[in-house]
Design a binder for this molecule. Structure first.
Ligand SMILES: [Zn+2]
Length: 458
């Protein structure tokens, strides 16, 4: 009887103790969200990055300004350490605004809104003129054959699948046209490539993005046409398969240049050599302002450290914000960072990336061991009041994915999927499309997970 009584008291003490602990974690997390929702700090940072600096393709003057700005911003916020990590990046220049038009006796003469795909060669001063062959798949060219394709322009017009709830999957389902379209077309003797913009939106904004060449084949110029333009072009072609397409782009590539990742830290009190990483990419495509891609990830990462600091949440481990350079072209920043982690044998508890935009967050994708995944999922209980309900498997993000081989658990902030691809890599990726509260919810969510990882480990 006595034993049962003692057991009960011990159980009660444990229960009270754990419920206090939980209470206190919940209240810390509430304080993080409260501070985030009241603050305009990161929203103002994003405005500056978008409006005063603008699109910042790696190697550009704007990317240099962004590096200086980020370093100063983190220094002014009083982070314990702020420094640059040197790397080399490709230096591709778009040049003048691209021109495209169609001439047809049957379908009429029309201008089209296009942009060069990232790292495309130019067309030369006179542009390129030719007949168009419309296809839906890369493999279609094999059936058509070299004889017909030689000297023509290939128009890849496979639309993104509107029925997919995850628009990243819709994008992934059509991305081969942009990445490999020019290689495939060159194999059959085509002189140029036009792709339907990789977006679920129906508008007149062209979407750029990385493309590839191989040295064994002729490098032919490649551009993206807006989805409205692609639909029109397809209609005009139906009326007149012989219509003449013209495009001119004077983009070019110059020698590689020096660039930098920007890193800021709050030094851990107990384990300063053990790192919790939060990051996004500082570079963006040149034709928009790089707001959702990935200005929001940049300010999410800075804001995470600011929130912990201003709330006097003293971390045991070092909290490191890494703003990677060159995610869009060759991921040189991420590769350099990962090499340095291996060289220094640096321990990371987790690497968290935000690169899906500044929309309302609903969860994380997580890549770790079974045990780590279980722990990560248990923390959902603290975040449910803020609408964070989903922890799913995933790769975390392009930049942090290079840390996978080092055995580091990776996480990526997941935010509402529906609008990101409307803006992605287009002139429409502007500050005005970011909502301050949604942005702050993302930062608070990352900061809360950082707080939990720091307190309990993974
Ligand atoms: Zn991005």
């Amino acid at each position: 009887m006595k034993y049962i009584k003692y057991s009960f008291i011990i159980f009660l003490l444990i229960y009270i103790n754990s419920s206090f602990a939980q209470q206190s974690d919940s209240s810390v997390i509430k304080s993080i969200y409260d501070e985030a929702l009241k603050s305009y700090n990161s929203y103002n940072e994003l405005r500056y990055l978008c409006k005063n600096i603008g699109g910042r393709i790696c190697g550009s003057k704007q990317s240099e300004t962004a590096i200086e700005w980020a370093k100063k911003e983190m220094t002014d916020l009083g982070f314990d350490k702020v420094y640059l990590q040197e790397t080399k990046v490709r230096h591709w220049i778009r040049g003048d605004k691209e021109i495209a038009n169609v001439k047809s006796k049957i379908s009429g003469n029309h201008n089209l809104t296009i942009c060069a795909l990232g790292t495309s060669v130019g067309t030369g001063e006179n542009g390129i003129k030719g007949n168009i062959i419309e296809v839906k798949h890369l493999e279609d060219l094999e059936k058509i054959g070299s004889e017909e394709i030689k000297g023509k322009i290939i128009f890849y017009n496979r639309a993104a699948d509107q029925t997919l709830i995850n628009t990243f999957a819709a994008y992934g389902g059509v991305a081969d046209q942009r990445v490999f379209g020019a290689i495939q077309a060159a194999k059959f003797g085509a002189v140029g490539v036009v792709i339907r913009s990789l977006t679920v939106a129906n508008d007149d904004f062209p979407h750029t993005g990385i493309m590839r060449y191989v040295d064994s084949l002729t490098k032919i110029p490649a551009c993206a046409v807006s989805t409205m333009g692609a639909d029109s072009l397809s209609d005009w072609l139906k009326n007149d398969p012989q219509l003449e397409f013209y495009f001119k782009m004077n983009c070019k590539e110059e020698p590689e240049v020096k660039s930098f990742n920007v890193i800021g830290e709050l030094t851990g009190t107990e384990f300063p050599d053990e790192i919790i990483l939060v990051g996004g990419h500082l570079d963006s495509w040149d034709i928009g302002e790089g707001a959702h891609d990935d200005g929001t990830g940049v300010v999410h990462s800075i804001e995470t450290l600011r929130l912990l600091k201003i709330l006097n949440i003293i971390p045991k481990h070092t909290i490191r914000c890494v703003l990677f350079i060159d995610e869009e072209i060759a991921q040189r920043g991420a590769r350099t960072y990962a090499e340095s982690v291996t060289a220094k044998n640096e321990k990371h508890l987790i690497a968290i990336e935000s690169d899906e935009g500044g929309f309302n967050p609903f969860g994380f994708e997580f890549n770790g061991t079974e045990e780590q995944t279980k722990t990560f999922k248990e923390w959902k209980k603290y975040l449910l009041p803020y609408g964070i309900y989903d922890i799913r498997p995933g790769y975390g993000g392009v930049d942090v994915s290079f840390l996978k081989d080092a055995g580091i658990p990776l996480a990526g902030l997941n935010v509402s999927f529906q609008r990101y691809m409307d803006y992605h890599h287009s002139p429409n990726d502007i500050f005005e499309h970011v909502n301050r509260r949604e942005l702050q919810m993302g930062a608070a969510t990352i900061a809360s997970i950082v707080y939990l990882v720091d307190k309990y480990g993974l």
